[in-house]
Write a protein that binds this ligand. Structure first.
Ligand code: 4NP
Length: 155
């Protein structure tokens, strides 16, 4: 049984695809790709079927990470397994998930795994345009998340 991780933001074109790409890269580097499954989705249906935002694709490729996912909306089956790690990018995403699907045992915000971060929410680069800063926050959170999952799951 592999561990499931899904990153969730609003549009699934900026932040959660970035986190999916970064986390998949870390999982691959750690040789854990057969043990950890990584996905992402959005709470809205606004960008279904679209590739990631050009800013996200650019910053990922600058860091040597390829990503070719398409946006989709989060669905109840994504949260039906209580052992799935559901990682929201900000407080709004977390509140939307709770409103749509109820409580989930392993619903976190990404920056919960960056204890030294001055922020708790990953700011939305769709509005700020600052994809590099978001990358740094996402990369920190993903590193902390992998450590936490490895410890929790004994892998
Ligand atoms: P994301 O960013 O949630 O990080 O994918 C956004 C993408 C699109 C919109 C808002 C945020 N939008 O308003 O269309």
């Amino acid at each position: 049984m592999s561990v499931q991780v899904i990153f969730v933001c609003l549009g699934n074109i900026c932040r959660s695809p970035m986190a999916e790409g970064v986390f998949q890269h870390l999982v691959d580097e750690a040789g854990l790709s057969d043990k950890i499954q990584v996905d992402s989705a959005g709470t809205s249906s606004w960008h279904i079927g679209e590739p990631a935002h050009s800013g996200t694709r650019r910053v990922l490729s600058r860091h040597g990470i390829s990503y070719d996912g398409r946006a989709r909306r989060v669905r109840a089956s994504d949260l039906s397994d209580p052992s799935t790690y559901v990682i929201a990018m900000d407080w709004d995403n977390e509140a939307d998930l709770r409103a749509q699907f109820g409580d989930h045992l392993r619903l976190y915000r990404l920056l919960d795994f960056s204890p030294d971060s001055p922020e708790q929410d990953v700011p939305d680069p769709y509005y700020t345009g600052n994809f590099e800063r978001v990358y740094n926050l996402v990369a920190d959170g993903c590193q902390g998340l992998l450590v936490a999952i490895r410890r929790q799951e004994g892998i």
